[in-house]
Design a protein around this ligand. Structure first.
Ligand code: HEC
Ligand code: HEC
Length: 497
């Protein structure tokens, strides 16, 4: 079986799926499509744990997000391995002896996709050394830039004139980096109804050592950590009609929750589509997001993002040598498709202990506190939006399954405390897309941290909820009124997803 020898197959690591019977579903059914789980009134533990039907793997440990869907064919598993290698390996400065992996930069943040999406998981803000003041340069997050104005509809924002639409704190030899990021915090104090006090840390972002002179005085910043990629091919296969139905249902409900479906430009298919990916739903497809990341985060041009991200004010960046074989793109379409395919078939990990009494209590509280209105539990998957035009980007193995991602994929006003005050496409400066909650309980295993929300400001599930405001203010108020045991149950439920 090819799978067990793959570089990131967890067979050698702590992520060995367990117990044995479930290994059969997660690992040993190479090539075969696992039988669909029958629906019945008394679902078994396996059924409750299978977050993505027969695509699910039973895995924990640091490789929990790195398995291919359990029901792929052998041929698909081979493509998964190829895509994985281009996702994880470092790109190098051009000209280099290796033409398939040169072209890094000129400006960049990371040398590989895996540098931010560590182990296909989630990035975090830099470690702070003393008193939340000294920190290393951030390496697993990025800061988007723009200025007010009317953007080109394909861009969503007007880029900052000198630094572009993203701050790149690294550069190849001979080119100036854009500068250094500075993060500061101020405490936000609060109290639960039972008198228990809490303190959150509100981050503030700035720059120093700017490489190309001052930024526009009216620049707007949006800091964002890299989200985990678990199950994103299934998210892409949620029927658009279901997301529109979420918006319709919320519009007719009493109360402040009124989610909006984003529409964004998709470069691969050259049309406007439903936005699903990124913290503001700025990308419709994994393909579009990946081409943008190759260009914007690593400096690798592709057929879907052909221009280097140098502004006209950055002469050294514009003059730096290009990578590849001298043709126009640093990554070719076929390789890019393999990287997209790899991500699309990353398996959802099974839930842990869904029938634990405390988890079941938390599940009831999750519904009572209105969390499930935005974090909608389940869908049945259909065809992903690019399936007809680019069949190599996805797999039929993802279709027709009941999945449990816990998102409505809509934009919500989350209040001023979470606002970045930087409109992006249809998303305003206070709106964020409801992120899926599946896999959240495994972040600690995979990435060794529990930093949540768009910029990683929350430490754990409860802090994430305490930052909720705007349309989710009532949900936050309900959590403030919960007893200590109820809060613990709510957290335990979310961590079981
Ligand atoms: C500098 C860190 C960084 C690097 C390097 C990086 N990403 Fe990301 N990635 C992010 C951030 C931040 C987001 C959220 C973007 C947003 O909100 O618009 C993201 C989002 C994504 C998403 C959407 C996930 C979701 O569920 O919303 C995909 C897919 C993705 N990246 C793929 C890639 C690929 C492929 C590469 C390599 C070519 C890559 N990324 C490199 C930081 C990074
Ligand atoms: C109005 C819609 C809405 C409601 C109601 C809501 N959320 Fe959220 N939730 C969001 C959005 C949007 C974000 C992302 C905010 C950000 O990153 O700044 C989020 C983020 C989170 C996160 C962090 C996810 C991550 O990937 O970092 C958790 C955990 C969470 N919510 C749990 C809950 C719980 C528990 C409740 C109920 C008490 C709840 N939410 C109610 C919309 C909502």
């Amino acid at each position: 079986m090819t799978y067990l020898s793959q570089p990131n197959a967890a067979s050698q690591g702590p992520g060995v799926p367990q117990p044995a019977r479930r290994v059969a579903l997660g690992l040993l059914v190479a090539g075969a499509v696992a039988a669909p789980l029958a629906l019945n009134a008394n679902p078994s533990a396996d059924e409750l744990e299978a977050t993505g039907g027969p695509t699910t793997v039973w895995a924990n440990g640091k490789n929990a997000f790195s398995f291919p869907a359990a029901n792929l064919t052998d041929e698909e598993r081979t493509r998964f391995v190829i895509g994985n290698s281009f996702f994880k390996r470092n790109w190098v400065q051009a000209p280099a002896s290796t033409k398939v992996r040169d072209g890094l930069g000129p400006h960049f943040i990371s040398r590989s996709c895996g540098g931010c999406h560590v182990l296909d998981g989630r990035g975090q803000p830099p470690e702070f050394k003393k008193g939340l003041v000294d920190h290393d340069p951030p390496t697993e997050m990025l800061i988007r830039l723009s200025v007010p104005g009317t953007p080109h509809p394909h861009d969503g924002v007007v880029p900052e004139p000198t630094y572009g639409d993203q701050f790149n704190n690294a550069a190849v030899e001979g080119v100036k980096p854009e500068g250094d990021v500075v993060i500061r915090h101020t405490p936000v104090h609060g109290r639960f109804a039972d008198g228990t006090r809490y303190t959150l840390q509100q981050p503030h972002y700035g720059f120093k050592n700017l490489g190309y002179g001052p930024m526009a005085a009216n620049v707007m910043l949006s800091p964002r950590v890299a989200p985990q990629l678990m199950g994103i091919g299934l998210i892409e296969a949620i029927p658009e009609a279901e997301v529109q139905a979420n918006a319709k249902t919320q519009a007719t409900m009493a109360g402040p929750i009124k989610g909006v479906a984003a529409r964004v430009w998709d470069a691969p298919s050259q049309q406007m589509m439903l936005g699903r990916f990124g913290w503001k739903a700025g990308a419709a497809t994994i393909a579009h997001q990946s081409a943008g990341a190759f260009r914007g985060d690593i400096g690798i041009t592709s057929p879907w993002a052909p221009e280097e991200a140098c502004t006209s004010a950055q002469a050294d960046c514009l003059a730096a040598p290009r990578g590849g074989h001298g043709d126009e793109h640093e990554i070719d379409l076929k390789t890019l498709e393999d990287v997209v395919f790899y991500q699309a078939v990353l398996a959802p990990a099974a839930r842990r202990k869904p029938t634990d009494p405390q988890v079941l209590k938390g599940q009831a509280l999750f519904a009572q506190a209105q969390c499930a209105v935005c974090h909608r539990p389940s869908y049945t998957t259909g065809q992903p939006p690019l399936a007809a035009k680019f069949p190599r980007l996805s797999s039929p193995a993802l279709l027709g399954h009941t999945i449990y991602p816990y998102t409505d994929l809509l934009l919500h006003d989350m209040g001023l405390a979470l606002a970045d005050h930087r409109p992006d496409g249809m998303a305003s400066g206070t709106q964020w897309k409801t992120p899926p909650l599946w896999g959240i309980g495994l972040l600690k295993d995979v990435n060794g941290h529990t930093r949540l929300l768009h910029d990683g400001r929350a430490n754990g599930v409860l802090e994430a909820v305490l930052w909720h405001g705007g349309e989710a203010e009532e949900a936050r108020q309900r959590v403030l009124k919960m007893s200590k045991a109820e809060r613990a149950a709510l957290v335990k439920f979310v961590e079981s997803l």
